[in-house]
Ligand binder design. Structure first.
Ligand code: FE2
Length: 304
């Protein structure tokens, strides 16, 4: 209503993923009736709204180049998305200087979100030669620069590398979508208040260990992209090295390694597993390995 009242011709989204998602959705609502809740799901928004200029101040969500906007559904408290190419920003401005002030823990959480996008897209059954190229470039850049950006926020080269890595990860994400890490993170987010990046970072090594038998070649490549010496190793050992490289990265970044460390009660795990299977099928179908309710519960138990 405010955007309409002031006669705006463009909406600028400046900030992290949530800020940009609000800008994208508000701009869209200027041309569509009803409320956001009328458009949950894929391709349900009929008309394009005002153009959006998206300017990220984190290197993580890739909302600036994504066709999705994610919100908490006030009715169910679950995270839900509006997905349509009509939400794509008209312009994305990637300026690393705007990310210099991001504190270390948010640098870690958002950077791990970007790495999760790249790895989940890379190992998705929908991956293609095109998305493999962008995902690999994203994984390599994030592996090269995330520790540095975390260790010294003013490192402009590292911040530039992270924005570029996030951009490539987002290109793969937009084509392929994410998998079980995001499925579990979104389900957990609906039952327990935890940030998207932290939840993904915590789940990523556990889901990778679970997925490994489905994508050993790709995980061996992940190890190599993250700088591990895989030459001469068996596929089994090299793929395990990929999982371990990601786990070590999360440890270096001070990411909590267990759900109990962030206060998730063990009694909640059944509900999270159930919600994951019931509400996250769209991303679970994209996961490298099929996930049953029992398996989701087992991954959560491991992570707890
Ligand atoms: Fe994400």
């Amino acid at each position: 209503e405010f955007i309409k009242a002031c006669g705006a011709q463009v909406v600028i989204g400046l900030g992290g993923g949530s800020s940009m998602d609000v800008a994208k959705m508000s701009a869209a609502m200027t041309a569509n009736p009803g409320t956001v809740a009328d458009y949950w799901g894929v391709d349900r928004l009929p008309r394009r709204g005002l153009p959006v200029i998206a300017i990220p101040t984190t290197a993580g969500t890739s909302s600036e180049i994504s066709p999705a906007a994610v919100f908490i559904d006030p009715e169910t408290q679950a995270k839900r998305g509006v997905n349509t190419s009509l939400l794509l920003p008209a312009v994305a401005i990637l300026d690393p200087e705007l990310t210099l002030g991001l504190p270390p823990h948010l640098t870690a959480f958002t950077g791990m979100d970007a790495l999760t996008h790249a790895i989940e897209a890379y190992t998705s059954p929908r991956a293609s030669l095109l998305t493999d190229g962008t995902a690999e470039r994203g994984i390599r850049l994030i592996g090269e620069f995330l520790r540095r950006a975390y260790a010294r926020g003013q490192d402009l080269e590292a911040r530039t590398g992270m924005l570029a890595g996030c951009f490539f990860a987002g290109m793969a994400l937009a084509e392929v979508n994410v998998g079980a890490v995001h499925g579990l993170a979104q389900a957990l987010g609906g039952c327990f208040r935890v940030g998207h990046g932290l939840a993904n970072a915590l789940f990523l090594p556990y889901v990778m260990a679970f997925n490994r038998i489905a994508c050993r070649e790709k995980y061996a490549r992940v190890a190599s992209l993250l700088g591990e010496p895989v030459e001469g190793l068996s596929l089994d050992d090299a793929s395990e090295m990929g999982v371990e490289a990601v786990r070590r990265l999360t440890q270096d970044l001070g990411i909590p390694q267990h759900l109990r460390e962030i206060g998730v009660p063990r009694e909640l795990l059944d509900a999270v597993a159930k919600s994951c299977i019931e509400t996250q099928q769209r991303v679970l179908l994209n996961n490298a390995r099929s996930v049953t309710l029992e398996q989701a519960r087992a991954i959560l138990e491991e992570a707890w």
